[in-house]
Design a binder for this molecule. Structure first.
Ligand code: GLC
Length: 416
Protein backbone atom coordinates (compact mmCIF):
# COMPACT_ATOMS: atom_id res chain seq x y z
CA UNK A 1 0.00 0.00 0.00
CA UNK A 2 2.69 2.38 1.07
CA UNK A 3 4.74 1.76 -2.10
CA UNK A 4 1.69 2.44 -4.27
CA UNK A 5 0.97 5.61 -2.34
CA UNK A 6 4.50 6.78 -3.03
CA UNK A 7 4.28 6.06 -6.76
CA UNK A 8 0.97 7.95 -6.99
CA UNK A 9 2.39 10.76 -4.91
CA UNK A 10 5.26 11.16 -7.35
CA UNK A 11 2.86 11.46 -10.30
CA UNK A 12 0.04 13.51 -8.82
CA UNK A 13 1.52 15.06 -5.73
CA UNK A 14 -0.06 14.40 -2.35
CA UNK A 15 1.19 12.91 0.86
CA UNK A 16 3.06 9.68 1.36
CA UNK A 17 0.56 8.52 3.97
CA UNK A 18 -2.89 7.36 2.89
CA UNK A 19 -5.71 9.88 3.23
CA UNK A 20 -9.48 9.81 2.71
CA UNK A 21 -10.64 12.51 0.33
CA UNK A 22 -14.29 13.45 0.08
CA UNK A 23 -15.51 14.74 -3.28
CA UNK A 24 -18.84 16.16 -4.43
CA UNK A 25 -19.72 14.89 -7.93
CA UNK A 26 -22.53 16.09 -10.17
CA UNK A 27 -25.22 13.62 -11.21
CA UNK A 28 -26.37 15.13 -14.52
CA UNK A 29 -25.99 12.86 -17.58
CA UNK A 30 -22.95 10.60 -17.32
CA UNK A 31 -21.32 12.84 -14.68
CA UNK A 32 -21.68 10.68 -11.61
CA UNK A 33 -20.32 7.55 -13.26
CA UNK A 34 -17.39 9.44 -14.80
CA UNK A 35 -16.51 11.33 -11.62
CA UNK A 36 -16.83 8.24 -9.44
CA UNK A 37 -14.85 5.86 -11.65
CA UNK A 38 -12.01 8.35 -12.11
CA UNK A 39 -11.86 9.21 -8.40
CA UNK A 40 -11.71 5.52 -7.57
CA UNK A 41 -8.95 4.99 -10.13
CA UNK A 42 -6.99 7.82 -8.47
CA UNK A 43 -7.52 6.22 -5.06
CA UNK A 44 -6.24 2.89 -6.33
CA UNK A 45 -3.25 4.44 -8.04
CA UNK A 46 -2.24 6.52 -5.05
CA UNK A 47 -3.20 4.20 -2.20
CA UNK A 48 -5.70 6.74 -0.81
CA UNK A 49 -9.42 6.30 -0.35
CA UNK A 50 -12.18 8.46 -1.74
CA UNK A 51 -15.68 9.20 -0.53
CA UNK A 52 -18.16 10.13 -3.27
CA UNK A 53 -20.97 12.56 -2.44
CA UNK A 54 -23.72 13.35 -4.91
CA UNK A 55 -24.49 17.01 -5.55
CA UNK A 56 -28.19 17.85 -5.70
CA UNK A 57 -29.38 17.15 -9.29
CA UNK A 58 -30.42 20.80 -9.57
CA UNK A 59 -27.13 22.69 -9.47
CA UNK A 60 -28.90 25.71 -7.99
CA UNK A 61 -29.35 23.75 -4.76
CA UNK A 62 -25.68 22.83 -4.59
CA UNK A 63 -24.38 26.34 -3.90
CA UNK A 64 -26.37 26.85 -0.65
CA UNK A 65 -25.30 23.37 0.48
CA UNK A 66 -21.64 24.16 -0.18
CA UNK A 67 -22.00 27.52 1.58
CA UNK A 68 -23.47 25.85 4.63
CA UNK A 69 -20.79 23.14 4.80
CA UNK A 70 -17.95 25.59 4.21
CA UNK A 71 -19.25 28.17 6.68
CA UNK A 72 -19.14 25.39 9.29
CA UNK A 73 -15.55 24.60 8.17
CA UNK A 74 -16.75 21.07 7.58
CA UNK A 75 -14.09 18.43 6.95
CA UNK A 76 -16.72 16.38 5.05
CA UNK A 77 -16.07 18.29 1.89
CA UNK A 78 -12.57 18.36 0.41
CA UNK A 79 -13.02 18.57 -3.37
CA UNK A 80 -15.98 20.42 -4.87
CA UNK A 81 -17.43 20.30 -8.37
CA UNK A 82 -18.13 23.95 -9.13
CA UNK A 83 -20.05 26.02 -11.62
CA UNK A 84 -17.96 28.92 -12.92
CA UNK A 85 -20.51 31.41 -11.57
CA UNK A 86 -19.93 30.28 -7.96
CA UNK A 87 -16.25 31.06 -7.60
CA UNK A 88 -16.91 34.62 -6.38
CA UNK A 89 -19.38 33.45 -3.73
CA UNK A 90 -17.05 30.74 -2.37
CA UNK A 91 -13.71 32.52 -2.83
CA UNK A 92 -12.82 32.86 0.85
CA UNK A 93 -13.14 29.08 1.38
CA UNK A 94 -11.04 27.84 -1.53
CA UNK A 95 -7.33 26.98 -1.72
CA UNK A 96 -5.17 29.02 -4.12
CA UNK A 97 -4.08 26.39 -6.63
CA UNK A 98 -1.38 28.60 -8.18
CA UNK A 99 0.76 27.53 -5.27
CA UNK A 100 -0.07 23.83 -5.61
CA UNK A 101 -0.17 22.95 -9.30
CA UNK A 102 2.97 23.07 -11.50
CA UNK A 103 3.03 25.99 -13.99
CA UNK A 104 3.43 23.76 -17.06
CA UNK A 105 0.35 21.82 -16.05
CA UNK A 106 -1.66 25.05 -15.78
CA UNK A 107 -0.52 26.51 -19.09
CA UNK A 108 -1.92 23.53 -21.01
CA UNK A 109 -5.45 24.87 -20.27
CA UNK A 110 -7.25 27.62 -22.20
CA UNK A 111 -6.17 30.93 -20.75
CA UNK A 112 -9.78 32.13 -20.63
CA UNK A 113 -10.73 29.12 -18.51
CA UNK A 114 -7.97 29.89 -16.00
CA UNK A 115 -8.84 33.59 -15.99
CA UNK A 116 -12.45 32.71 -15.28
CA UNK A 117 -11.57 31.04 -11.98
CA UNK A 118 -8.91 33.54 -10.94
CA UNK A 119 -9.87 36.21 -8.43
CA UNK A 120 -7.34 38.78 -7.26
CA UNK A 121 -4.53 36.68 -8.67
CA UNK A 122 -5.63 33.51 -6.87
CA UNK A 123 -6.55 30.46 -8.92
CA UNK A 124 -9.50 29.17 -6.91
CA UNK A 125 -10.45 26.18 -9.05
CA UNK A 126 -9.02 24.03 -11.82
CA UNK A 127 -10.85 24.08 -15.15
CA UNK A 128 -12.40 20.66 -15.85
CA UNK A 129 -14.76 21.10 -18.78
CA UNK A 130 -16.19 24.01 -20.71
CA UNK A 131 -19.73 24.45 -21.84
CA UNK A 132 -21.73 26.69 -24.11
CA UNK A 133 -25.40 26.31 -24.91
CA UNK A 134 -25.78 24.23 -28.10
CA UNK A 135 -28.70 23.26 -30.34
CA UNK A 136 -29.33 19.56 -30.82
CA UNK A 137 -31.78 18.55 -33.49
CA UNK A 138 -33.28 15.55 -35.25
CA UNK A 139 -31.18 15.31 -38.38
CA UNK A 140 -33.43 12.51 -39.68
CA UNK A 141 -36.57 14.65 -39.39
CA UNK A 142 -35.03 17.74 -40.99
CA UNK A 143 -33.93 15.53 -43.88
CA UNK A 144 -37.33 13.83 -44.11
CA UNK A 145 -39.08 17.20 -44.49
CA UNK A 146 -36.38 18.86 -46.61
CA UNK A 147 -35.48 21.51 -44.02
CA UNK A 148 -32.11 23.19 -43.56
CA UNK A 149 -30.47 23.95 -40.20
CA UNK A 150 -32.18 27.15 -39.04
CA UNK A 151 -29.92 30.21 -38.84
CA UNK A 152 -32.29 32.47 -36.89
CA UNK A 153 -34.71 31.86 -34.02
CA UNK A 154 -37.56 32.80 -36.35
CA UNK A 155 -36.47 30.09 -38.80
CA UNK A 156 -36.17 27.58 -35.96
CA UNK A 157 -39.71 28.46 -34.86
CA UNK A 158 -41.02 27.94 -38.36
CA UNK A 159 -39.16 24.63 -38.96
CA UNK A 160 -40.13 23.28 -35.53
CA UNK A 161 -43.78 24.13 -36.11
CA UNK A 162 -43.92 22.62 -39.56
CA UNK A 163 -42.27 19.32 -38.56
CA UNK A 164 -44.29 19.07 -35.34
CA UNK A 165 -47.53 19.42 -37.29
CA UNK A 166 -46.56 16.93 -39.99
CA UNK A 167 -45.27 14.36 -37.50
CA UNK A 168 -48.45 14.63 -35.45
CA UNK A 169 -50.58 14.29 -38.55
CA UNK A 170 -48.57 11.17 -39.39
CA UNK A 171 -49.43 9.67 -35.99
CA UNK A 172 -46.60 10.76 -33.63
CA UNK A 173 -49.02 12.52 -31.31
CA UNK A 174 -46.47 13.42 -28.63
CA UNK A 175 -44.12 15.26 -30.97
CA UNK A 176 -43.06 18.79 -30.02
CA UNK A 177 -40.99 21.26 -31.94
CA UNK A 178 -38.61 22.54 -29.29
CA UNK A 179 -37.69 21.71 -25.68
CA UNK A 180 -35.42 23.78 -23.47
CA UNK A 181 -35.07 24.94 -19.83
CA UNK A 182 -37.97 27.12 -18.66
CA UNK A 183 -38.08 26.44 -14.92
CA UNK A 184 -37.41 29.46 -12.68
CA UNK A 185 -33.76 28.60 -11.91
CA UNK A 186 -30.21 29.29 -13.11
CA UNK A 187 -30.73 27.34 -16.33
CA UNK A 188 -33.44 29.81 -17.41
CA UNK A 189 -31.05 32.72 -16.86
CA UNK A 190 -28.76 30.94 -19.35
CA UNK A 191 -31.49 30.33 -21.92
CA UNK A 192 -32.82 33.89 -21.63
CA UNK A 193 -29.37 35.41 -21.88
CA UNK A 194 -28.87 33.46 -25.10
CA UNK A 195 -32.11 34.74 -26.67
CA UNK A 196 -31.47 38.33 -25.65
CA UNK A 197 -27.75 38.44 -26.49
CA UNK A 198 -28.32 36.79 -29.87
CA UNK A 199 -30.80 39.58 -30.70
CA UNK A 200 -28.06 42.09 -29.85
CA UNK A 201 -29.85 42.99 -26.61
CA UNK A 202 -26.87 42.52 -24.25
CA UNK A 203 -26.40 40.32 -21.19
CA UNK A 204 -28.70 42.07 -18.64
CA UNK A 205 -25.67 43.66 -16.99
CA UNK A 206 -22.62 44.70 -19.06
CA UNK A 207 -19.13 43.68 -17.88
CA UNK A 208 -18.59 47.24 -16.59
CA UNK A 209 -21.69 46.98 -14.38
CA UNK A 210 -24.08 49.01 -16.55
CA UNK A 211 -27.58 47.57 -16.32
CA UNK A 212 -28.85 46.91 -19.82
CA UNK A 213 -31.75 44.51 -19.11
CA UNK A 214 -34.55 46.74 -20.37
CA UNK A 215 -34.27 47.33 -24.11
CA UNK A 216 -36.40 46.74 -27.23
CA UNK A 217 -34.26 43.84 -28.49
CA UNK A 218 -34.66 42.04 -25.17
CA UNK A 219 -38.42 42.57 -25.43
CA UNK A 220 -38.44 41.15 -28.95
CA UNK A 221 -36.45 38.07 -27.85
CA UNK A 222 -38.69 37.36 -24.83
CA UNK A 223 -41.85 37.88 -26.87
CA UNK A 224 -40.72 35.22 -29.32
CA UNK A 225 -39.88 32.79 -26.50
CA UNK A 226 -43.28 33.44 -24.92
CA UNK A 227 -44.94 32.52 -28.22
CA UNK A 228 -43.36 29.06 -28.08
CA UNK A 229 -45.24 28.00 -24.94
CA UNK A 230 -48.14 25.76 -25.87
CA UNK A 231 -47.09 26.16 -29.54
CA UNK A 232 -43.82 24.44 -30.38
CA UNK A 233 -42.98 23.85 -26.70
CA UNK A 234 -45.19 22.06 -24.17
CA UNK A 235 -46.56 24.04 -21.19
CA UNK A 236 -44.42 21.68 -19.12
CA UNK A 237 -41.28 23.42 -20.40
CA UNK A 238 -42.00 26.06 -17.74
CA UNK A 239 -40.86 23.44 -15.26
CA UNK A 240 -38.07 21.76 -17.24
CA UNK A 241 -34.44 21.83 -16.27
CA UNK A 242 -31.64 20.26 -18.35
CA UNK A 243 -32.51 16.70 -17.45
CA UNK A 244 -36.29 17.14 -17.80
CA UNK A 245 -35.98 18.61 -21.29
CA UNK A 246 -33.36 16.03 -22.32
CA UNK A 247 -35.79 13.28 -21.31
CA UNK A 248 -38.39 14.55 -23.81
CA UNK A 249 -35.83 14.90 -26.62
CA UNK A 250 -34.25 11.52 -26.02
CA UNK A 251 -37.65 9.84 -25.86
CA UNK A 252 -37.93 10.98 -29.49
CA UNK A 253 -40.54 13.64 -28.77
CA UNK A 254 -38.93 16.87 -29.88
CA UNK A 255 -37.37 18.13 -33.10
CA UNK A 256 -35.00 20.65 -31.45
CA UNK A 257 -33.38 20.69 -28.02
CA UNK A 258 -31.19 23.33 -26.37
CA UNK A 259 -28.73 21.92 -23.88
CA UNK A 260 -25.01 21.63 -23.01
CA UNK A 261 -22.46 19.47 -24.81
CA UNK A 262 -23.09 16.40 -22.66
CA UNK A 263 -26.26 15.60 -24.59
CA UNK A 264 -24.11 14.50 -27.50
CA UNK A 265 -22.75 11.75 -25.25
CA UNK A 266 -26.09 10.65 -23.82
CA UNK A 267 -28.05 10.75 -27.09
CA UNK A 268 -25.31 8.90 -28.98
CA UNK A 269 -24.62 6.32 -26.27
CA UNK A 270 -25.04 2.66 -27.12
CA UNK A 271 -28.69 1.68 -26.85
CA UNK A 272 -30.02 5.22 -27.40
CA UNK A 273 -33.03 5.24 -29.73
CA UNK A 274 -31.60 8.41 -31.33
CA UNK A 275 -28.30 6.85 -32.38
CA UNK A 276 -27.24 8.42 -35.70
CA UNK A 277 -30.31 10.68 -35.83
CA UNK A 278 -28.99 13.74 -34.01
CA UNK A 279 -27.25 16.82 -35.35
CA UNK A 280 -25.68 19.60 -33.31
CA UNK A 281 -25.06 23.23 -34.17
CA UNK A 282 -24.34 26.60 -32.62
CA UNK A 283 -27.51 28.32 -31.39
CA UNK A 284 -29.45 30.42 -33.89
CA UNK A 285 -29.17 34.20 -33.88
CA UNK A 286 -31.96 36.72 -33.36
CA UNK A 287 -31.05 38.71 -36.42
CA UNK A 288 -28.59 38.40 -39.27
CA UNK A 289 -25.12 39.60 -38.25
CA UNK A 290 -25.55 38.92 -34.52
CA UNK A 291 -23.52 36.34 -32.59
CA UNK A 292 -25.00 32.95 -31.68
CA UNK A 293 -24.36 33.70 -27.98
CA UNK A 294 -24.43 30.30 -26.29
CA UNK A 295 -24.31 30.85 -22.53
CA UNK A 296 -20.78 30.24 -21.24
CA UNK A 297 -20.58 27.69 -18.49
CA UNK A 298 -17.73 25.66 -17.09
CA UNK A 299 -17.27 22.79 -14.69
CA UNK A 300 -14.42 23.39 -12.24
CA UNK A 301 -12.87 21.55 -9.33
CA UNK A 302 -12.01 23.45 -6.17
CA UNK A 303 -10.33 22.41 -2.92
CA UNK A 304 -11.73 23.44 0.45
CA UNK A 305 -9.43 25.27 2.85
CA UNK A 306 -10.77 22.98 5.58
CA UNK A 307 -9.74 19.74 3.83
CA UNK A 308 -8.02 17.39 6.29
CA UNK A 309 -5.28 16.66 3.79
CA UNK A 310 -4.97 19.50 1.28
CA UNK A 311 -2.20 17.83 -0.70
CA UNK A 312 -4.20 14.65 -1.20
CA UNK A 313 -7.24 16.72 -2.27
CA UNK A 314 -5.11 18.68 -4.77
CA UNK A 315 -3.69 15.40 -6.04
CA UNK A 316 -7.21 14.16 -6.83
CA UNK A 317 -8.04 17.43 -8.63
CA UNK A 318 -4.87 17.16 -10.73
CA UNK A 319 -5.73 13.57 -11.61
CA UNK A 320 -9.29 14.45 -12.67
CA UNK A 321 -8.21 17.41 -14.80
CA UNK A 322 -5.29 15.65 -16.53
CA UNK A 323 -5.24 14.91 -20.28
CA UNK A 324 -6.04 11.20 -20.03
CA UNK A 325 -9.12 11.84 -17.94
CA UNK A 326 -10.29 14.87 -19.95
CA UNK A 327 -9.97 12.73 -23.07
CA UNK A 328 -12.07 9.97 -21.55
CA UNK A 329 -14.71 12.58 -20.70
CA UNK A 330 -14.49 14.22 -24.13
CA UNK A 331 -15.40 10.87 -25.69
CA UNK A 332 -18.66 11.17 -23.70
CA UNK A 333 -19.48 14.71 -24.75
CA UNK A 334 -17.69 16.91 -22.20
CA UNK A 335 -15.60 19.61 -23.86
CA UNK A 336 -12.02 19.69 -22.56
CA UNK A 337 -10.22 22.71 -21.13
CA UNK A 338 -6.89 21.41 -22.44
CA UNK A 339 -6.06 23.05 -25.78
CA UNK A 340 -4.23 20.04 -27.26
CA UNK A 341 -7.30 17.79 -27.06
CA UNK A 342 -9.10 19.88 -29.71
CA UNK A 343 -6.62 18.47 -32.26
CA UNK A 344 -7.10 14.85 -31.14
CA UNK A 345 -8.50 12.92 -34.11
CA UNK A 346 -9.99 10.16 -31.98
CA UNK A 347 -11.95 12.66 -29.88
CA UNK A 348 -13.16 14.61 -32.92
CA UNK A 349 -14.39 11.41 -34.58
CA UNK A 350 -16.36 10.39 -31.50
CA UNK A 351 -17.57 13.83 -30.47
CA UNK A 352 -18.38 16.07 -33.45
CA UNK A 353 -19.97 18.66 -31.15
CA UNK A 354 -16.37 19.70 -30.46
CA UNK A 355 -16.09 20.92 -34.04
CA UNK A 356 -18.66 23.57 -33.16
CA UNK A 357 -17.15 24.16 -29.81
CA UNK A 358 -14.59 26.65 -31.03
CA UNK A 359 -17.22 28.79 -32.76
CA UNK A 360 -19.64 28.32 -29.88
CA UNK A 361 -17.01 29.31 -27.30
CA UNK A 362 -15.73 32.19 -29.38
CA UNK A 363 -19.28 33.54 -29.68
CA UNK A 364 -20.38 32.59 -26.18
CA UNK A 365 -22.00 35.11 -23.87
CA UNK A 366 -21.02 35.26 -20.21
CA UNK A 367 -23.40 35.73 -17.34
CA UNK A 368 -22.62 38.82 -15.27
CA UNK A 369 -21.07 36.82 -12.43
CA UNK A 370 -17.64 38.51 -12.38
CA UNK A 371 -18.99 42.05 -11.99
CA UNK A 372 -21.65 41.09 -9.40
CA UNK A 373 -19.38 38.70 -7.45
CA UNK A 374 -20.93 37.17 -4.36
CA UNK A 375 -24.32 38.71 -5.26
CA UNK A 376 -24.58 36.94 -8.59
CA UNK A 377 -27.09 34.42 -7.25
CA UNK A 378 -29.45 37.21 -6.17
CA UNK A 379 -29.00 38.95 -9.52
CA UNK A 380 -29.78 35.76 -11.42
CA UNK A 381 -32.88 35.16 -9.30
CA UNK A 382 -34.26 38.57 -10.32
CA UNK A 383 -33.59 37.72 -13.96
CA UNK A 384 -35.04 34.21 -14.06
CA UNK A 385 -38.12 35.16 -12.03
CA UNK A 386 -38.83 38.10 -14.34
CA UNK A 387 -38.36 35.98 -17.45
CA UNK A 388 -40.49 33.17 -16.00
CA UNK A 389 -43.30 35.68 -15.40
CA UNK A 390 -43.17 36.65 -19.07
CA UNK A 391 -43.16 33.03 -20.26
CA UNK A 392 -46.07 32.06 -18.04
CA UNK A 393 -48.07 35.12 -19.12
CA UNK A 394 -48.08 36.81 -15.70
CA UNK A 395 -46.35 39.95 -16.97
CA UNK A 396 -45.65 41.52 -20.34
CA UNK A 397 -42.04 41.56 -21.46
CA UNK A 398 -41.70 45.38 -21.17
CA UNK A 399 -43.20 45.37 -17.64
CA UNK A 400 -41.09 42.47 -16.44
CA UNK A 401 -37.86 43.88 -17.88
CA UNK A 402 -38.54 47.33 -16.38
CA UNK A 403 -38.99 45.67 -12.99
CA UNK A 404 -35.89 43.46 -13.33
CA UNK A 405 -33.94 46.54 -14.32
CA UNK A 406 -35.03 48.62 -11.32
CA UNK A 407 -34.40 45.67 -8.95
CA UNK A 408 -30.89 45.33 -10.37
CA UNK A 409 -30.30 49.08 -10.02
CA UNK A 410 -31.23 48.79 -6.34
CA UNK A 411 -28.81 45.88 -5.82
CA UNK A 412 -26.10 47.82 -7.62
CA UNK A 413 -26.63 50.89 -5.44
CA UNK A 414 -26.02 48.72 -2.37
CA UNK A 415 -22.72 47.62 -3.93
CA UNK A 416 -24.19 44.34 -5.25
C1 GLC B 1 -24.65 23.73 -16.60
C2 GLC B 1 -23.55 24.76 -16.84
C3 GLC B 1 -23.55 25.76 -15.73
C4 GLC B 1 -24.94 26.36 -15.55
C5 GLC B 1 -25.98 25.29 -15.32
C6 GLC B 1 -27.37 25.90 -15.32
O1 GLC B 1 -24.35 22.93 -15.54
O2 GLC B 1 -22.28 24.15 -16.94
O3 GLC B 1 -22.59 26.77 -15.97
O4 GLC B 1 -24.98 27.28 -14.48
O5 GLC B 1 -25.91 24.33 -16.35
O6 GLC B 1 -28.35 24.97 -15.05
Amino acid sequence: MRTTALVGAVLWGGSATAAEVSIFCSSAGAELELCQSASEAWAKETGNTVKINKMPANWGEALPLYQQLLAGKSGDIDVLTLDNIWVGALASHLVDLNEKVPKEELSAHFEAALADSTIEGKLLAMPWFVDAGLMFYRKDLLEKYGKAEPKTWAELTETAKSIQEQERAAGTKDMWGYVWQGRAYEGLTCDALEWVASYGGGTFIAPDGTITANNPKAVEALDLARSWIGGISPEGVLNYDEEGSRGVFEAGNSVFHRNWGYVWGTSQAEGSSLLGKVGVMALPVGAEGEKSSGCYGAGLLGVSKYADDTDAAVSLVRYLTNAKEQKRRAMQGYSPTLKALYQDAEILAKNPSLRFAEKAYAESASRPSQVTGASYNRVSQRIFNGVHNVLSGKESAPDALAKVSSDLERLKKRGW
